[in-house]
Ligand binder design. Structure first.
Ligand code: ADP
Ligand code: ZN
Ligand code: MG
Length: 480
């Protein structure tokens, strides 16, 4: 490492996939809905409308908190965070400021084979704001507001500044997403705004021990962009420090098109928000029994599953972590191994062919047409020598696309290995007749010529002959 070292802390908003919003019965599934079709007097802040806390949202928040090793509190409460913005109909956001539902958690990430704990300061429940839509150019600008998202439940998770590189920030977010998806509290989809991250970065000059001001970066809607934006900021701040410039404390936005960040505003002070306790909503009280019940309902989490995969299936750590990053993928793998009985080979097929094709097609496990039985059949076709490993890849691609049985694909495409020795012999004889010189050369000791004849057979069979058989027959014909 050089003279400068980044210090990074993240604030993450995770949208909870509850049926309804946080304080009213409007549907919370608002992504891409017609604007202002999921609204009511409560979530648009009409006078006299009374919020009622969604118990499912509280339960989801508790689940997330336990999965992230938080201390969950029996008592928490909502507060009002006051500010003006057109997408905030009430003029305040309901959040948990003074008494968050959970504090002091941690998340362990894997950095180049080393485990590292990132401390989590707090997790609290809050409502989302609406959304502004801007149209037209500066001469003819129009702005609209869509309140569908107003009141959708979120948890905000705040880390301690324990993250030491942009890459660690990405790894942290990937792990966090994996966990919220495992426990089923959020889709974790960054592109759809279900997981949003503000990144704080400051830089320490190791030589002088001085630290820069802290910069907050917003507007990043993919893990890659978080990493890139932080790399960009680290370089920008380090350079400024090197030339003795002051780095102002400010909020900056990532502009994907230009691959850079731009200044948005100087940081607002905490007191600007004039927080005070929300008078219309009773505190959230959770009994020890209730908390215990929720904690026990958690499924096996990615780290535990990974350990178990390494132990039960004797997989390398790398395989185990790839296969367990997504719960559905892990389930599919386990079902497949039950049928094939071959953990490592199954893993190889998953990690190469299956995941590659899923990436290419942008598919998730839920969209797959290929089934565990298909792998079993594919392995049997290879074992019996009916197809080669290379052909199996082609068969697999077709099974992946169509969901047909591998043996049917083999038949339809005529992919079977040519094991018919008389056919191979016929092709070889023909090739020898046509190339007497080559035969002569072989007999005079130029053994490499055999490759030429094998090539002829491969061409005639479109690569479906078994080279070992061809070699044996060739030698027989040559009288060896
Ligand atoms: P604020 O109240 O200004 O939002 P917080 O103390 O709540 O600041 O911290 C917000 C986020 O900033 C946290 O994720 C924290 O880890 C991070 N953070 C705090 N100090 C630093 C720092 N010196 N450099 C980078 N990030 C920091
Ligand atoms: Zn509503
Ligand atoms: Mg803060």
């Amino acid at each position: 490492m050089g003279r400068y070292r980044p210090v990074i802390g993240l604030e993450i908003h995770v949208q909870l996939s509850t049926r309804t919003k946080l304080f009213c019965s409007c549907s919370a599934d608002v992504f891409e809905s017609e604007p202002n079709t999921h609204i009511c007097p409560v979530c648009t802040g009409q006078p006299g409308a009374l919020p009622v806390t969604n118990e499912e949202a509280v339960e989801y928040a508790v689940k997330a908190a336990y999965a992230l090793n938080f201390e969950v509190h029996e008592y928490s409460r909502f507060d009002r965070k006051n500010y003006f913005y057109p997408d905030l109909p009430k003029g305040y956001q309901i959040t948990q400021y003074f008494h968050p539902i959970a504090t002091k958690g941690y998340l362990e990430i894997d950095v180049d084979g080393k485990k590292k704990k990132i401390r989590l300061r707090r997790l609290h429940i809050e409502e989302d704001a609406g959304k502004m839509i801007h149209e037209g150019d500066s001469m003819n600008a129009k702005s609209f507001v869509d309140f569908n998202r107003a009141g959708v439940p979120l948890v905000e998770i705040v880390t301690e500044p324990d993250i030491e590189s942009p890459k660690e920030a990405r790894l942290f977010l990937e792990k966090l997403r994996s966990i919220v998806r495992y426990i089923g509290v959020s889709s974790g989809d960054m592109e759809k705004g279900a997981l949003r991250c503000d990144a704080n970065i400051s830089v320490i000059d190791e030589k002088t021990g001085r630290s820069s001001n802290r910069v907050e970066v917003k507007n990043m809607n993919s893990f890659k962009f978080v990493e890139r934006a932080l790399e960009y900021e680290f370089e920008r701040i380090s350079k400024a420090m090197e030339s003795g410039e002051e780095v102002p404390q400010e909020t900056r936005g990532w502009v994907t098109r230009d691959k850079k960040t731009i200044s948005m505003r100087s940081k607002e002070e905490e007191s600007d928000y004039r927080y005070f306790p929300e008078p219309d909503i009773p505190p959230v009280i959770l009994s020890k029994e209730k908390l215990e019940e929720i904690r026990k309902s958690l499924p096996e989490l990615p780290d535990e599953k990974k350990e178990r995969f390494m132990k039960d299936y004797n997989l390398p750590e790398y395989d185990a972590s790839v296969l367990t990053a997504d719960r559905d993928l892990a389930d599919l793998y386990e079902m497949t191994v039950k049928l094939t009985g071959r953990p490592k080979e199954t893993s190889n097929w998953f990690m190469t062919e299956l995941l590659r094709m899923m990436n290419e097609e942008g598919m998730e496990v839920g969209d797959l047409r290929v089934k565990p039985e298909h792998f079993k059949e594919l392995f049997e076709l290879i074992d019996s020598g009916r197809i080669t490993k290379n052909m199996a890849k082609e068969v697999f691609r077709e099974v992946f696309r169509t969901g047909k049985n591998p043996s049917d694909v083999v038949k339809e495409k005529g992919l079977e290995v040519v094991t018919d020795e008389s056919e191979i012999e016929r092709i070889l004889k023909e090739a020898m007749e046509k190339n007497p010189k080559a035969v002569e050369q072989y007999k005079n000791g130029k053994k490499g010529i055999m490759g030429f004849f094998i090539g002829q057979v491969m061409r005639a069979t479109s690569g479906k002959a078994d080279p070992k058989i061809v070699q044996r027959i060739f030698k027989k014909l040559m009288g060896e």
